[in-house]
Design a protein around this ligand. Structure first.
Ligand SMILES: Cc1ncc(COP(=O)(O)O)c(C=O)c1O
Length: 389
């Protein structure tokens, strides 16, 4: 990284650290609403599994992960259109580990990685930390990654891998239509370029059913499908997975080198929850609540923010992207909001370029009177001081 990039990354990290202060109104969080998660049931399963399997739960597992868990993930992936055997799945410590293993397996320092813009800031940091170059491709709020721009970029830059959040993108909340997913997979396969698919939000759609994954269209083993239960069950359990296709051996070697294996107790508990815990019923409830909260927050932003503000219309997930009129500076707003005890993520964190200065990401994972008041206060800050009478 250049000195300038190091300074920008350090600034972004400082902002991210401050936003995790639990005393702030949590409009910055990407975490699920813990009140909506089945802690009791999961923790009871964890205790029961540890009691039932005292040796397995305290031994090194295999780098590939618990077979029972991989069987459950394989079964669930059928609803994403993916026919994947348990042997093709590697369990990871969450989705971010899956994506970083995928980047390490497919790229070497100095390689270029294409990624949507705006995008989840952790991936920008990961890509830079790995010594890779970024090629940002605009993401359309309706249809996701702009495939025409991507095709143009591939012709002009030696892109080694593409990272994409195709289902309920963070921060835009959009879903790439199936025809585009197929086109994306075929476009990359024609040049032998791996697609690293982050599908962590796929189970959080506001309408019935689950969108297909790009992996469903993979004929060449070039799609590395990454996901976790962090957004639906327990972010602290650190249970995710990767289906790495032709990169599986390399991914498993890197996984073993990084942390030997994913901790066993949480894998066992998640496997049992997926098998017997009523996961689909839980998801239906979570999705209904998130859809209602997103609608309420959109209405509140429309009511309180300055005229000309545009708000994303997510099809799922738990965040909103707010584009304020040009001239409203989200870094100033972030600082003013912090002073008032409110956490929001300013737009510039979602790019390495100079864009999104007038944008914010708001979390809609909870809706309380305190949050409603914070949205109204943010809107007043964005409007600025009232003109003198
Ligand atoms: C797109 C995306 N991927 C991954 C993660 C984190 O996943 P995990 O906690 O499973 O590592 C997040 C969290 O905000 C996210 O937004």
């Amino acid at each position: 990284m250049s000195a300038k990039e190091v300074a920008i990354a350090a600034g972004a990290m400082a902002i991210i650290r401050r936003l995790s202060d639990p005393s702030l109104v949590p409009l910055a969080t990407g975490a699920p609403n813990s009140a909506l998660l089945p802690h009791r049931k999961l923790n009871a399963l964890l205790a029961a599994e540890v009691r039932k399997r005292p040796v397995e739960s305290t031994s090194y597992g295999s780098p590939r992960g618990s077979k029972h868990l991989r069987q459950q993930i394989s079964r669930r992936l059928l609803t994403a259109g993916c026919s994947v055997t348990p042997e093709e799945i590697t369990v990871t410590c969450g989705c971010v580990e899956a994506v970083t293993l995928a980047l390490r397996a497919t790229c070497r320092p100095g390689d270029a990685v294409a990624i949507g813009s705006p995008v989840y800031y952790t991936f920008l940091n990961a890509i830079r930390q790995l010594g890779l170059k970024l090629v940002e491709i605009p993401t359309h709020p309706g249809e996701g990654l702009d495939l025409d721009v991507l095709r143009f970029a591939l012709r002009h830059a030696p892109v080694r891998a593409v990272v994409a959040i195709l289902n309920f993108d963070n921060p835009l909340g959009c879903v790439m239509p199936d025809a585009n997913k197929r086109r994306l997979v075929e476009l990359l396969a024609a040049d032998g370029i791996p697609l690293i698919e982050d599908d962590v939000y796929a189970e959080l759609g506001f309408s019935a059913g689950r969108p297909t994954s790009a992996k469903a269209y993979d004929r060449a083993g070039l799609v590395l499908h990454c996901a976790s239960v962090s957004k639906t069950l327990a972010p602290g359990y650190r249970v995710g997975w990767i289906v790495a296709g032709r990169f599986q051996a390399e991914v498993e070697a890197l996984k073993a080198l990084t942390n030997i294996a994913t901790p066993s107790p949480t894998q066992l508990a998640v496997a049992e929850f997926l098998a017997t815990g009523g996961y689909d019923r839980h998801l239906r409830g979570l999705r209904r609540v998130y859809a209602a909260q997103a609608a309420r927050m959109r209405a509140a932003v429309a009511r309180h923010f300055p005229p000309g503000t545009r708000i994303s219309q997510p099809a799922g997930g738990s965040v909103l992207w707010v584009e304020m009129p040009a001239g409203v500076d989200s870094l100033d707003l972030y600082a003013e909001a912090l002073g008032a005890g409110i956490a929001v993520v300013p737009g510039p964190l979602f790019t390495v370029g100079d864009d999104y200065r007038n944008c914010l990401r708001l979390s809609a994972s909870a809706w309380t009177p305190r949050i409603e008041a914070a949205v109204a206060a943010l809107g007043a800050m964005a409007r600025g001081p009232a003109p003198p009478p």
